[in-house]
Design a protein around this ligand. Structure first.
Ligand SMILES: Nc1ncnc2c1ncn2[C@@H]1O[C@H](COP(=O)(O)OP(=O)(O)OP(=O)(O)O)[C@@H](O)[C@H]1O
Length: 759
């Protein structure tokens, strides 16, 4: 019976709720049949012989197929063709394929299919967990998941920190698929009450070798502890390790090795051109500058070894305006800034991004023309991942590695890994030195000089700490030349602790997380990890040099630099730095923490007037406050002032403002009037002066005559008339000459008068 006929007869139709229930039952039945069909097709699929070209050749549910169609994915890539059928069959997979070859879809499609086939609903909780070593990569995976999973009803979430734990925790319980970074996820597993992962069907590790690297080992161990053993596990990377210990750690069951490019002649994409330039460390920035200036219409990523290098090169090049938009990205920036920069660079047509290895892996920036490795990577795997940011999927790309002559040993490692690379030279006419320009920039800006000092120390330190001494030879570094090439006025002193290990330092933050201490996910200058819990002052053993370095640099720390740090505010507690500069000041200039405790153990800043500041962070500086003389050294130079009749201070020379000057008439006329006026004054003064001089000469002569007469025994001559005239002359001179008359002729006249007045 149809709904229409029941209406006609006037009889009541079935209740709408019944219709809904019926429809739902029908749908469930259809879905069940669909799932059965898919399972059968998958079982029948012979992974060795099947001729798979397109996604439509795979046994995929309609929702996944529709998502792929809508995202314009049609033809399978090699790794997708090899991995997806095996994963659909429920196998654990260890997948390795070149950068940009489409590994993301190779694991996301099986994730969606697995949950679909299990008829996963919102009430079943977390079904799949995808782990990425960096936030950038996690965000990207999440975006691809949203695109191809748009027709599915699963809920998916991104857990990468940056929000409060509670905010994230509230949503976690409702998610079917989570994309996360290891540390943050572990935090939730440890701390979020009611977050249940017992049902988890699938665990995916993208960039697995990195995640299994020592920095994340402990986090991953702890994370896996929480997960059910009975799950499917997929591991993917462009450089896959097959370490048995790693596989045991993840409890992989008879994993299938999918290594589609193992037989390939090169480990890097065939459409990637790779070159290296031998350029001494002291000329590296010149070479980089020259390169940028000649490639203004390009999209370029420049990899540097640390966040400090990135900041210095970005800041200094920005001031010199190369003519291409500059961006910079490193692990110490706030998440919002990082995401914004990533999206700006993604959408830019021409731009240069200075970055650390935080974007070396997995990140899929569209249409990058060049990857420049200005600092030599720590190993060949890092090289392969870095160059993989260009020439992705079917596009072309070019990469250039800068090597100091001492680093040419690195080429052997590349050869061993099947990386084809050719030497090129910089054309002589393109060579130009920017040393003088950098020197002038550093001279003008203490902030830049400060960044340069930090860049110098972090670079030399990283070379010193590298394990591979065949490539990284600290002793061969021309430290003075390097410092000069950064524009620094002197060579900062560097001193290292024995037994330091660059990887351990880079990863220290991540290792710390295994202790389960309160922490937030973040990254070191390298790749993803967990922000280190700041060591207490007591725990922190600081060398004499560290203390000295702090003092050396604090005077150049200005407001501007704090602004520069801005989003990088967490800087400097990162790598047990020699130059720890961490000042959060409240209104009265006291360090917030110090003010709270009433102690001066933490640095505080004292304002000295004339806008200068002094950082007080040691007893020596504390004492300095008591001596005005010593303090004067830190103050600006005094300037002379004159006070007018109203007691208002003025500079000795004050320039009339231009408008006022112009309002008084034409400049030439004013000049003439001024000259005339001054000439009249001079003439008048001249007449007076001549008169006075004449008078003085006369008086002198008369005095002399009087003395001569006295000596000859004669009585004074001239009587009243003579005296009168002398007196009269003196009065006249006095009236004329004012002060001058009183001091000279006036007194003479009095004397003469006494002489002439009879006694
Ligand atoms: N089947 C496909 N058809 C067309 N484009 C594809 C296909 N698969 C992947 N791509 C595109 O290729 C690019 C690289 O894919 P993806 O990021 O998955 O590479 P990857 O192998 O994970 O690289 P990496 O090792 O650097 O992480 C992406 O832009 C993606 O959209």
């Amino acid at each position: 019976m149809t709904a229409g006929s029941s209406k006609k007869s006037g009889a009541k139709g079935p209740k709408p709720t019944h219709a809904k229930t019926e429809a739902r039952t029908l749908k469930r039945k259809r879905d069940q049949e669909d799932v059965e069909k898919l399972r059968k097709a998958t079982d029948e699929l012979d992974t060795k012989t099947a001729d798979l070209k397109n996604f439509t050749d795979l046994p995929l549910c309609e929702a996944t197929a529709a998502g792929l169609r809508a995202s314009h994915f049609e033809v399978l890539t090699d790794v997708q063709r090899a991995a997806i059928p095996l994963a659909l069959k429920g196998k654990d997979i260890l997948g390795a394929a070149k950068t940009g070859s489409g590994k993301t879809l190779a694991f996301l499609i099986p994730v969606l299919e697995k949950l679909y086939r299990e008829r996963w609903t919102e009430f079943d909780g977390l079904g799949a967990l995808i782990i990425s070593p960096t936030r950038e990569l996690a965000v990207q995976i999440f975006e691809v998941l949203r695109k191809i999973g748009r027709k599915h009803a699963f809920s998916a979430g991104l857990v990468i920190g940056g929000k409060s734990l509670r905010e994230e925790a509230e949503r976690l319980g409702r998610m079917n698929i989570l994309v996360c970074t290891p540390g943050r996820m572990l935090q939730h597993l440890d701390q979020t009450a009611g977050f249940d992962v017992d049902n988890l069907q699938m665990l995916v590790l993208d960039e697995a070798d990195r995640i299994m690297d020592m920095g994340f080992q402990l986090a991953v161990d702890a994370l896996v502890e929480h997960l059910p053993k009975n799950r499917q596990t997929l591991l993917f990377s462009a450089t896959q390790s097959k370490r048995v210990s790693d596989l045991a750690r993840l409890s992989l069951k008879d994993p299938e090795y999918v290594s589609v490019h193992e037989e390939a002649v090169s480990a890097t994409p065939t459409n990637l051109q790779q070159h290296y330039i031998v350029t001494p460390l002291t000329e590296k920035l010149d070479t980089l500058w020259g390169f940028l200036r000649t490639n203004l219409k390009s999209k370029i990523i420049v990899f540097l070894s640390s966040g400090k290098q990135v900041r210095f090169v970005f800041e200094s090049f920005k001031r010199m305006q190369p003519g291409i938009p500059l961006l910079h990205l490193h692990g110490r920036q706030k998440q919002v800034a990082r995401l914004e920069i990533t999206s700006r660079f993604s959408s830019a047509k021409y731009a240069c991004l200075f970055a650390t290895d935080v974007v070396a892996r997995g990140v899929d920036f569209p249409a990058v023309d060049w990857v420049i490795q200005a600092d030599c990577p720590e190993d060949a795997d890092t090289y392969i991942h870095r160059v993989g940011r260009t020439a992705r999927y079917e596009s072309k790309g070019r990469a250039v590695l800068f090597l100091d002559p001492g680093e040419e040993g690195f080429l052997k490692h590349l050869e061993h890994k099947k990386v084809p690379i050719q030497r090129v030279n910089v054309r002589d006419k393109k060579k130009a030195s920017i040393k003088a320009e950098l020197q002038s920039q550093c001279f003008q800006s203490p902030d830049l000089k400060y960044l340069g000092q930090k860049a110098f120390i972090s670079y030399t330190r990283s070379v010193y700490l590298q394990k591979d001494k065949s490539v990284f030879q600290f002793k061969k570094l021309d430290l003075d030349g390097f410092a000069a090439s950064l524009g620094l006025p002197g060579t900062p002193q560097v001193k290292f602790q024995k037994g330091e290990d660059v990887k351990r330092l880079k990863n220290a933050s991540r290792e710390a997380m295994s202790s389960g201490s309160e922490m937030d996910e973040d990254e070191s200058d390298g790749e993803g990890g967990i922000k280190k819990k700041p060591a207490s002052k007591k725990d922190e053993v600081r060398t004499k040099y560290q203390k000295m370095a702090e003092r050396q640099n604090q005077d150049v720390l200005s407001l501007h630099y704090r602004k520069l740090l801005g989003d990088d505010g967490a800087d400097d507690n990162d790598d047990e730095d020699f130059l720890s500069v961490k000042r959060v000041l409240n209104d009265d200039g006291l360090d917030a923490a110090a003010a709270g405790t009433g102690q001066s153990a933490l640095p505080r800043v004292v304002k000295l007037g004339n806008n200068s500041e002094l950082v007080i962070d040691s007893n020596r500086r504390e004492k300095l406050l008591r001596s005005k003389k010593k303090l004067a050294k830190y103050m600006d130079k005094p300037s002379k002032l004159v006070f007018d009749d109203d007691g208002i201070a003025h500079a000795i020379y004050e320039l009339q403002d231009e408008d006022g000057f112009r309002g008084e008439g034409p400049a030439e006329q004013l000049r003439r009037e001024f000259v005339e006026h001054e000439a009249t004054k001079v003439r008048e003064a001249d007449v007076g002066d001549k008169e006075l001089a004449k008078q003085r000469r006369k008086e002198k002569r008369e005095r002399q005559k009087a003395r001569e007469r006295e000596e000859m025994g004669l009585a004074p001559t001239g009587g009243g008339g003579g005296g009168g005239s002398a007196g009269a002359a003196a009065v006249a001179a006095d009236a004329r000459g004012g002060e001058r008359g009183r001091g000279g002729g006036g007194r003479a006249a009095q004397e003469e008068g006494q002489e002439v007045v009879p006694g």
